[in-house]
Design a protein around this ligand. Structure first.
Ligand SMILES: [Zn+2]
Ligand SMILES: [Zn+2]
Length: 776
């Protein structure tokens, strides 16, 4: 007779809200095992199994290999126990005991099975816009709290009908047994069509009617799972321009949603790998190269080489697109310029009525705003530009335990905050730019969501972490939060946090050299930094700044909006007289109307009214101003994005070696004046594509040279890249080319964005190093 043994097993990872308990239940029953499975507070899964030894072994193997598709198993703790003589196996209600803390499930794109049901005329969920199962559907966006049980979500107001109830209770129903979010046409959320004043439009089928209206050229607000989108024809220039006018968004690209990847293949070039990513449970917006014969209006992403595309990731979007003529639409965030996307009817009524003609709205509450995630490629690998739906708030596991608990506020552009505890860092979803009050409120709100659900501060006093910049909203908010809650706060230098974030994301330990290239970060010498070579040590707080790019003068905020001002200031700092600057500006065909702006900046520099900035972002802006003196910034990073686009379209690059590495006040500086002069001299000789390509590639080589010179004689094993400019394809190629000669392959972070959206990770780890050294 085989012996009966018993195990208590705790599984951590992404195991709640992904059909894990029902899977365990089915597996145990199949193998004739007894015991229970339950979610435990904080969100892990605990199970008790007892039975014959052979079956237990089989169970433990299947646990890992046959898990539901969206589940991620990080750790399995197994303890042998004495058999308790359970009679059967069951799913128990969630426990209150706090064993450990676990992942909050992110929103998951519709799975193929659910889509199949929606398209099956004989299925009772035929054309049902809210179909979901244990493997797919909204999660975080509709959760009030953890654990993920129906009564903790916005689905609690929809009582299951008898058929759904039966599916929910049937252990043989793989995808609906104990699936918390399920519903059907009889009991689920209800859709309605409204005019822009939110008066109901009577019609037989709101989705079909909305599709018809969109085909006729109307602009329709669509309530999705994480917020409102604005849907409009992508093929009609007039519609696209009207949307731009109403949204006050002259050039910022709109994302395009396609029915599926086959539809998108007519718009963009797509590899098999891209297709898998687009169809993954995360289903991000992916920036892919446009096809020359793409039917999409050129005003959708004017002047750019890439289209941001994603697939219909809910049945609602799928049915809507299926009934349109084109099968793809503009699907852009439902917000007013500079503010967060609307997630409720009140916001939509107040803010979107001026933009849309109609609203397609369902009656399920969106609890947490979740924007679409954005992914691009740099150097052939995917980089997350915006980490939100599908990714957030999945935690990041560290290779070490933190020495305390932390609440980090990130920085102001494309903000995400985060909390740190145990060996985890949990970043909020994408909050956005913090210059609107609504975004600032969201940052506090979503940090507090994490604080509450992860019990931050219940056993130890957390430390608040902010950026050093005295004028950032994120800093003001963090300091306010710390004072209100009687907590200590620490300031972490921006680029140090960037480099640490990339290092930790890549699971590198030891001494690392990092290049942080971005727009504006507050430096420890009270100047602005943004082109920095730092050496950091993952075992020790602090960094040494060993290299930087030469400074340019920043005279006011207007410089970021009108890049020509930077060119004028820069030439002034190089001792050019105004008459020479004016001559140069005329030579590069500056519109006469722009000359006064350039002169104003010049005068400020002459009167020493500027802050020196080693900002790569402003350098790129300035180069764009030479190529197009009328260039303006209407969205974050626009000149740099346009410059990269020109460069990517260029066919050949001249390797410009007119740069120098100079020693200045104890660090090495990249003097790029020769590169700037080259662009000025070739403005009338070369096409903009070749110029942009040559400049960016050569800047990459030059930055590689700066790193190589700076680390000479130092012991470093790895080079990491961070900052918004680090994803630039051509700079990256130049860097790789030069650094390969030194035996380095520079690496970009993979799990968090290299921009400010990943900053909180570095802030938390920096604060932890300080704490470990007992400096706080
Ligand atoms: Zn499904
Ligand atoms: Zn039902």
């Amino acid at each position: 007779m085989t012996s009966i043994r018993a195990f208590r097993v705790v599984v951590t990872g992404l195991v709640q809200g992904v059909g894990f308990r029902p899977f365990i239940d089915r597996l145990a029953r199949e193998l004739g095992l007894r015991g229970y499975v339950r979610n435990i507070g904080g969100g892990e899964v605990e199970l008790w199994i007892e039975g014959p030894e052979g079956s237990l072994d089989e169970f433990l193997v299947s646990l890992i290999y046959d898990k539901p598709p969206p589940a991620i198993i990080e750790h399995v703790f197994i303890e042998e126990e004495d058999s308790r003589g359970y009679e059967d196996f069951r799913i128990e209600s969630s426990g209150e005991s706090k064993y450990a803390r676990s992942n909050i499930p992110p929103d998951l794109a519709t799975c193929d099975h659910c889509l199949h049901e929606v398209l099956d005329p004989h299925n009772r969920r035929y054309m049902y816009p809210f179909n979901s199962c244990a493997w797919c559907g909204p999660r975080f966006s509709m959760m009030y709290r953890i654990p993920y049980d129906r009564e903790n979500t916005a689905m609690r107001k929809y009582k299951l009908c008898s058929e759904c109830e039966e599916e929910y209770r049937d252990p043989l129903n793989t995808r609906r047994y104990h699936a918390q979010g399920i519903s059907c046409p009889r009991d689920g959320p209800v859709l309605g069509l409204f005019n822009k004043d939110f008066e109901r439009v009577e019609c037989k089928d709101p989705i079909l009617e909305a599709a018809k209206l969109i085909d006729e050229g109307y602009i329709v607000g669509v309530k999705g799972i994480g917020g409102y989108h604005i849907a409009a024809l992508a093929t009609n220039d007039d519609v696209v321009l009207e949307l731009r006018r109403r949204k006050k968004r002259p050039t910022k690209p709109f994302a395009v949603m396609g029915l599926d990847t086959n539809v998108l293949k007519r718009l963009v070039y797509m590899s098999y790998e891209d297709e898998l990513l687009l169809r993954s449970p995360q289903a991000p917006i992916l920036l892919l190269p446009k096809r020359p014969d793409s039917p999409v209006s050129r005003y959708v992403s004017p002047g750019l080489a890439y289209e941001g595309v994603f697939i219909a990731y809910t049945p609602l979007h799928y049915i809507l697109l299926l009934n349109t003529r084109d099968k793809f639409l503009i699907m852009t965030s439902g917000n007013v310029s500079g503010e967060p996307m609307c997630k409720d009817e009140d916001c939509a009524r107040r803010k979107l009525s001026k933009i849309v003609d109609f609203f397609l709205v369902h009656d399920r509450e969106i609890v947490n705003r979740v924007d679409d995630s954005v992914v691009r490629r740099t150097g052939g690998d995917y980089v997350i530009i915006r980490r939100s739906r599908g990714y957030a708030p999945t935690w990041i596991t560290l290779m070490f335990d933190l020495n305390g608990e932390y609440i980090a506020f990130g920085a102001d552009i494309g903000n995400s905050g985060g909390v740190g505890f145990d060996n985890r860092v949990v970043l909020t979803q994408y909050i956005g730019d913090l210059d609107s009050l609504a975004a600032q409120e969201d940052l506090l709100r979503y940090l507090e969501f994490l604080v509450k659900n992860y019990h931050i501060g219940e056993s130890t006093k957390p430390i608040v972490v902010v950026d050093k910049h005295p004028r950032l909203y994120s800093k003001t908010l963090g300091v306010f939060y710390a004072k209100r809650n009687n907590l200590d706060y620490v300031e972490v230098q921006h680029h140090y946090a960037h480099v640490l974030s990339a290092t930790i994301d890549l699971e590198i330990s030891g001494r690392v050299v990092g290049l942080a290239i971005d727009g504006v970060g507050w430096g420890d010498d009270n100047t602005i930094w943004g082109g920095e070579v730092l050496v950091v040590d993952t075992e020790k707080y602090g960094y040494s700044r060993i290299g930087s790019i030469r400074q340019l003068p920043i005279t006011s905020d207007r410089d970021t909006y009108i890049p020509l001002r930077i060119l004028s200031s820069y030439l002034t700092m190089r001792d050019f007289e105004w008459s020479e600057i004016e001559k140069t500006l005329k030579a590069i065909k500056t519109p006469p109307s722009r000359i006064p702006e350039a002169h104003a900046a010049h005068s400020l520099v002459v009167r020493r009214g500027f802050t020196p900035a080693s900002s790569t972002g402003r350098l790129l802006d300035m180069i764009m101003a030479i190529i197009d003196p009328a260039a303006e910034r209407t969205y974050e990073g626009e000149p740099a994005v346009r410059l990269e686009t020109l460069g990517v379209r260029g066919e050949s690059a001249v390797s410009i070696d007119a740069y120098r590495i100079v020693s200045e006040a104890g660090i090495l500086r990249l003097d790029y004046s020769g590169l700037v002069d080259w662009v000025l001299e070739n403005k009338l000789k070369l096409d903009p594509y070749t110029m942009a390509r040559s400049f960016l590639y050569s800047l990459g080589l030059a930055l590689g040279e700066l790193i190589a010179s700076s680390v000479r004689g130092l012991r470093v094993d790895e080079v990491v890249l961070s900052g918004g400019a680090a994803v630039n394809e051509l700079i990256y190629r130049g860097l790789c080319e030069r650094l390969s000669q030194e035996g380095f392959k520079p690496k970009l972070p993979r799990r968090v964005p290299p921009g400010d959206g990943g900053l909180a990770l570095g802030q938390i780890v920096a604060a932890d190093l300080l704490k470990r050294e007992q400096k706080i």
